[in-house]
Design a protein around this ligand. Sequence first.
Ligand code: GDG
Length: 736
Amino acid sequence: MSKTIIVSNRLPLQLNIENGKVTSSPSVGGLATGLKSVHRDSNGVWIGWTGLTVEETEPQLEKDIETAVSEQQCAAVQLSQSDLEGFYYGFSNRTIWPMFHYFMEYAEFDNNFWESYKSVNQKFADVVLENLEDGDTVWVHDYQLMLLPQLIKEKRPEVSIGFFLHIPFPSYEVFRTIPWREEILNGLLGADLLGFHTYDYERHFLSSVSRILGHAVSFNSITMADRVVTVDSFPMGIDYEKFSAFAKANKEQTDKSQSELQRRLYHHQQETPDAKMILSIDRLDYTKGIANRIRAFERFLETYPDYVEKVRLVMLAVPSRSNVPQYQLLKREIDELVGRINGKFATVSWTPIWYFYRSMPFTNLIDLYTSCDVALITPIRDGMNLVAKEYVATRTDRTGVLILSEMAGAAKEMNEALLINPNNMDLIARTIKKALEMPVEEQQKRNKYMQNRLRRYNVEKWAADFMGKLQALKVNEEFIRTKKLTDKRLPQILEQYNNAQQRIFFLDYDGTLRGFVNDPSEANPDEKILNMVRRLQEQPKTDVVIISGRDSETLGEWFKDLPVTLIAEHGVLKKQVDGDWHPTEAMNTDWVPSIQPVLQTYVDRTPGTFIEEKKYSLAWHYRKADPELGAMRANELSNVIKELSSNHGLSVLSGNKVIEIKSSNVHKGKAATNHILNKNYEFIFSIGDDWTDEFMFHDLPSSAITVKVGRVNTEARFYVEKQEDVAGLLQAFIQE
Ligand code: GDG
């Protein structure tokens, strides 16, 4: 039975070694819960690091550790101390983490870190490949393993691979400053499905792929040479029922069964019944905005002194990455801030901040969530932030107010929270006051909406959605495979051809009849091509249409001696046999005066490029420009025009070293269907290689034989592998 292999930096288990005996227990993080049905219930394997380096592992315990790990349905990747320093503390946490959270000034670009990142990703790949069997699916998690999808795909192209990024993906302007940006993008693009928490991260990723690698991006898919990569957003949820159930149990506790912390919190409530508690929980990380939060609390106490002795900030900061210098500095900063503010405001019976620097057992977390009236969550940047969701889930009586930073991915789904900009101290201070004074009915109303959403889109649903989408893509990929125009299928098509009274062929030119050449002006048809088209046209009851993006002059010149219909400029102009060129539609050119100057700036800035003014379109040619500069500017230009074009209804076509802009109401699909209107073709054949041909495949009647050149996602009914296969296929229709 095929299985799913989950891969993450750390395994979801705890190893305990006591008196030479190794035992393991599952750790119950959100991810492990969400993936339970993929991992535990369906015989999956989870691959990752145990938390023990090779140096920390006593040789005589190796076997026992392996057994303990496999008991949890896991397989371990062995990492050395130096792997950990370079790959984890280095590249992952001193390069990627700060860059992806827009802390560019903290990012270090160190080649040794990068080398270590590559070699550890390879170690993960080796273990995945060892465990991989036919039909398996792989789901890779997070920023430590961005090269892994490609490393697996190269070796096992048929395997379906998903990747989910748990942190933000930064904007192109930030991402492009990373020295290894191409390698990282290519690594990720080994996946068939890439998931992000929010649409913004998805958008940033697509923009980087389009601008840096130059791949064609449309909506949420990326077309590569031989496959299509899909990108989508899947906002991660929590184990709602667990949080809600633990919160209920917490309410029903007796004095005796209460934790020490719960007792302390309870006494505080008893002693000062009208005092309120504000909660803050995060890993101690500079992205979480902890220092700002404390300063905002100070601003609150200064601005609203009536609240002195009436409000306490309960702050849990969980130690994290303490070997990284920035984290050590942050720890010192927070210690000092807490000390200063407690010194400044404390009274005999009251300290404004209770500060815990440690991690707590899960039940203590519930004690905090259920006891605090307000949760103050103010990250500067955060992929999602699950603490915000957990706080809301534990409010079983629906009271409590969530103050949440707009910069957390969670803010996109939690509109009913009080959303703040984490850099605006006055706003946070005012919002704290608003939260403390919010009527209970309003609190309940807001939480009701959020709880309903969190209950519905919980972590299991998140995982199921991702896997469902990946599965659907796999089925689609298999479906594409079934479209191959094999020798077995051809006789049936030929039978239709032979039985038809009227027959027509729509043939695309570049990439279909003719292979690509470096200089497109030298791509004129050779004798072989001309002969083939002529002989096809000579078949009885058969018409041939050459349908291309080329301009009418070129196409007219190349095919002047053949009695075929020509459709040029992606459907804009048509020339019947022995006729003149005519537009196929009433063409709108009002947009030309506003777009022309934009193109002109690209000509000015990019030596060797020029504008071609066609009758109904503008083309910017860059084949004589420096290839890299040309490609880069072409991408830039096409993005700019796409943004501008929404007002004009334009379409931007990226051809071979040319960007063409035209009114979007004309395309090959429309031109082809208009051409056959009121005619009685019983056999319609169309073949083409790029996305402009998809319009034809889509618009022609479903009985048409539509053929894509290249094996990518297509609306065509069939495909052939490569341009070189086209001649052989057309030859089959030529009967002596
Ligand atoms: C990354 C992204 C994204 C916290 N303290 C204790 C404890 N926790 C638990 C919380 C929560 C989790 O840790 C923290 O999750 P966050 O989402 O808030 O933040 P990151 O650790 O930065 O996670 C983030 C997430 O990945 C998922 O994709 O949301 O944006 O940065 O579940 O409850 N648990 C226990 N003791 C503690 O002291 N037991």
